[in-house]
Every structure is written in structure tokens, then in C-alpha cells.
Design a protein. Structure first.
Length: 235
């Protein structure tokens, strides 16, 4: 038995589903949930994103068979921008993790982020924090405190450019002030301006690992009401 969450699911044959899960002990994985589409299946209502699950599977990698699934707690209550933010976290897990590579710390951070989203009035700090946690756990973190070329400490009065997969480099015409980078490193992101700067940096840092395919979770915001459209700024 292991803890897991549904990331995504697809119809499979007439009555079954293929489910992509993120589990504590196996990492990201896909399983066949036989009969899960049947009206009387106990899995029909729980094999959904944001439902904490306890599962058992059979088989070896690639495509296992789900043999047991039950809800270990009530579904997380996400709506509006919190819901779309949850889909964003799921897609980051899908795009930046390697199948069958478990990471206890990342699983805990993912679960905690979903739980915090339930009560979050402002989702951006949570999203930025999780993006950074994911980069760290994936081995793609960079140094906020030192120049990537010289190794010198970031200085408050100097300016720096950010280079994806590398880090910050001193530049007279750099886009970022050293003082701001030091504040962001200490996660002083209650300021809207600093949040925007961190978002810019995180997007640049994530891009090499996301590739050219657009994130589906961002497109979900399109065509919604004005209040939902505003949430595009949160991811």
C-alpha cells in the first residue's frame, strides 16, 4: 500500500482508464484501472486529481495494473484559481519528473502545496515556492547568492542577468538588482514587484526542461470569465 495522487487520466477500452499517478514509493507512473468507468465501480469517483489515495498495483514498470485504490482522506477543496493552480502543479510534475523515480521530499512538498492551496487567498507565493522546490529536487537548482561565472557573492548594488541552466551573471545592463535577488532568496515575496521578478526568473529557469510544448494548464484559463482569466497571472 502506498500514498498517491492522480495527475491525469484517459479512457481505455470501453470500461477502463489509464491513470497517471504520482506515488510516494514509485514516483510518476501509469496504471490500467480496469472497469473504473463502470457506474458501480468504487474507483469511479476517487480516481480524480486532488484526492489523496492509498493504492496497490501489480506488474513491472511501463504500465502496471491497479489492484486496489481507496481514498485516504477527503478530496482537497480547490476551486477557481486554486483549482487551476493545482492543475499547474500536476503538469509540472508530469513534465519535470522521470517515471519511476521516487522522491519523498518532493512528494511531501507537492502534497503540502495542494493542502495550502485550499486556504490560499494569494496563490502566487505558493506556486513560486513549489517551482523552486521542484528545481531543487530535480537537480536543476541554481545559486541565488553567487555569480555563476566568477563565484563572487551577489552584491546588493550590482546588476545581474539570469541565464537558464547556469545562474546569475554580473552585467552593467542586467535585468535584476542584486538587492532584489537577495530578498527573493530569503523568500521576501510579499511585495508584488518581487513576485513578478521571481515569476520571470522561474519561467526562464523552467523553460529548458518544459520544452516547446505549451503547458495545458495555462490554456485552461482562456475563454473563461474575467475573474478566471485573471488567474493566468498566477502561473
Amino acid at each position: 500500500m502506498e500514498a498517491a495522487f492522480v495527475l491525469h487520466r484517459w479512457p481505455y477500452q470501453e470500461t477502463s482508464l489509464i491513470v497517471e499517478l504520482y506515488s510516494r514509493t514509485q514516483g510518476r507512473m501509469r496504471v490500467v484501472a480496469k472497469g473504473a468507468k463502470r457506474p458501480k465501480s468504487p474507483w469511479r469517483s476517487i480516481l480524480q486529481p486532488f484526492v489523496p489515495l492509498t493504492i496497490e498495483t501489480r506488474g513491472r514498470h511501463d504500465l502496471q495494473t491497479l489492484t486496489h485504490a481507496e481514498s485516504s482522506a477527503g478530496a482537497l477543496q480547490l476551486a477557481g484559481r486554486q483549482l487551476y493552480s493545482g492543475f499547474y502543479l500536476n503538469e509540472l510534475i508530469q513534465r519535470l519528473t522521470t517515471p519511476y523515480q521516487a522522491n519523498d521530499a518532493l512528494f511531501d512538498d507537492y502534497q503540502e502545496s495542494l493542502q495550502l492551496l485550499q486556504e490560499a487567498e494569494h496563490v502566487e507565493p505558493l506556486l513560486r515556492r513549489f517551482e523552486w522546490q521542484l528545481l531543487q529536487h530535480s537537480g536543476h537548482a541554481f545559486d541565488w547568492l553567487h555569480d555563476a561565472e566568477s563565484g563572487a557573492a551577489i552584491e546588493p548594488l550590482k546588476r545581474y542577468d539570469f541565464r537558464a541552466e547556469y545562474g546569475f551573471v554580473e552585467s552593467l545592463q542586467g535585468a535584476f538588482d542584486g538587492v532584489d535577488l537577495l530578498k527573493i532568496h530569503d523568500f521576501e515575496v510579499s511585495d508584488e514587484r518581487l513576485l513578478r521578478l521571481m515569476k520571470h526568473i522561474m519561467r526562464a529557469a523552467l523553460q529548458p526542461y518544459l520544452g516547446s510544448q505549451p503547458l495545458r494548464s495555462r490554456s485552461l484559463f482562456q475563454g473563461q470569465t474575467k475573474s478566471v482569466k485573471d488567474t493566468t497571472h498566477d502561473t
